[in-house]
Design a protein around this ligand. Structure first.
Ligand code: C2E
Ligand code: MG
Ligand code: MG
Length: 377
């Protein structure tokens, strides 16, 4: 690490002119101060040169490394007249660059500040929401595509904001992931799911596996498997009560490590499912080594059934792949009887979607479960 940082510093110094300043502010962040830069064009040219230079492979000891950089640019005096403001604004622009794609540069703009402010407020709200226990679990049934029998339910998180009402995870999970809040949130979700399962068992309801969605952070955090097992044990539940959903993106870049964690989970008795399959550049070579139970077909393919012939081609291929590997397929987002009919005909094993039921809170779900008659066909 030290060697790499030194080499980066060296390359940065080669990119700038006399009178410019290169400094490292900590971790892997550097600041380049260029008093001679006269315009946006000047700054863009320099940034391009820096990206070029840093993008060349590094030869460290016996290893060759490739790293990418993200650059944020703030200009004096338009984007600030003191050091703190300029650095803060360059920092915001850098985060935007990171979001785009690696290896690019972005200029600061005042709208960025507005966006950051909103994110900051959302982050504060999320903290409070955790303290005030404003999160609730929703459940969406999974059924067999052939018999219609109930085979499980997915646990989906909702935020009951007292002012806004129900907030969907798309609004807060990505930020929670970025800020690390996903960790306490996921711990809470696991605890709460187990509490539900134990309650339902006391009510004498038949055991039905629940799927929970994992986040990348959980999979990477040390001791995750032990924590999972000890939480289940506290409620006297076995791992077969839980199915774990993870998406393809979560498996890269450290596939070997993730694979080891998944094997450990599998050996402990959990069912493992790949969520949103087909949307994340599947590593098929990796896939065949994973101890999986099912692939979930992303809803975008299901929604285009009947209008886009390529959608059915992809679904067919996913089903064939899954079955060849000896695992099941679950179609997500099934909304119409026509979609169900095609999926059944093409050998899909399970289904989930508004056609069967929308995600429901506990009371609604228990009511739905009592009323649910196995539909024919
Ligand atoms: P996902 O796991 O792929 O969940 C499926 C999403 O599709 C859910 O959105 C569900 O409400 C929605 N859906 C189900 N049936 C239909 C349908 O027929 N049509 C349409 N258009 N949509 C349908 P939701 O609840 O907004 O969750 C979005 C994503 O947020 C989830 O995608 C999951 O990745 C993530 N998420 C939800 N809860 C958690 C959680 O507790 N932890 C983590 N890490 N992620 C979660
Ligand atoms: Mg899911
Ligand atoms: Mg999904």
């Amino acid at each position: 690490g030290d060697q790499l940082l030194r080499e980066v510093g060296l390359r940065l110094r080669q990119c700038v002119r006399n009178g410019d300043t290169v400094s490292r502010v900590g971790g892997d962040e550097f600041i380049v101060l260029c008093p001679g830069c006269q315009s946006m064009e000047d700054a863009a040219l320099l940034a391009e040169k820096v990206l070029q230079s840093l993008g060349q492979p590094y030869q460290l000891a016996d290893k060759q490394l490739v790293v990418t950089a993200s650059i944020g640019i703030a200009l004096y005096p338009d984007n600030g007249t003191d050091a703190n403001t300029l650095i803060g604004n360059a920092d915001s622009a850098m985060y935007l660059a990171k979001e785009h794609a690696r290896n690019n540069c972005q200029f600061y703009s005042p709208e960025l500040n507005q966006r950051n402010l909103e994110r900051l407020q959302l982050e504060q709200h999320l903290h409070q929401a955790l303290d005030h226990r404003e999160f609730v679990l929703f459940f969406q049934p999974k059924v067999s595509a052939t018999s219609g029998a109930l085979i499980g339910a997915e646990v989906l998180m909702r935020w009951k904001d007292p002012e806004v009402g129900l907030v969907l995870p798309g609004r807060f999970i990505p930020l929670a992931e970025e800020t690390g809040l996903i960790q306490p949130l996921s711990d809470w979700l696991l605890e709460e799911t187990c509490a539900h399962l134990a309650r339902w068992r006391r009510l004498g309801l038949p055991p039905l596996p629940r799927s929970i969605n994992l986040s990348r952070r959980q999979l990477q955090s040390s001791g995750f498997v032990d924590r999972l097992l000890s939480t289940l044990a506290r409620y006297d539940l076995s791992p077969s009560a839980l199915e774990l959903e993870l998406n393809e993106q979560m498996l890269s870049p450290d596939f070997t490590h993730q694979c080891a964690v998944l094997t450990q989970l599998h050996e402990a008795g959990f069912r493992l499912t790949i969520d949103d399959f087909g949307t994340g550049f599947s590593n098929l070579n990796g896939l065949r080594h994973l101890p999986l139970s099912a692939l979930k077909i992303h809803q975008s393919f299901v929604h285009e059934l009947g209008s886009e012939p390529t959608a059915l081609a992809v679904i067919d291929a996913i089903i064939a792949l899954a079955h060849a590997l000896g695992i099941e397929t679950i179609a997500e987002g099934v909304e119409t009887a026509a979609q169900r009919a095609i999926l059944q005909r093409h050998g899909c094993d399970g289904m989930q979607g508004y056609l069967v039921a929308t995600p429901m809170d506990e009371t609604q779900f228990l009511h739905w479960q009592r009323e649910y008659d196995t539909p024919q066909g």
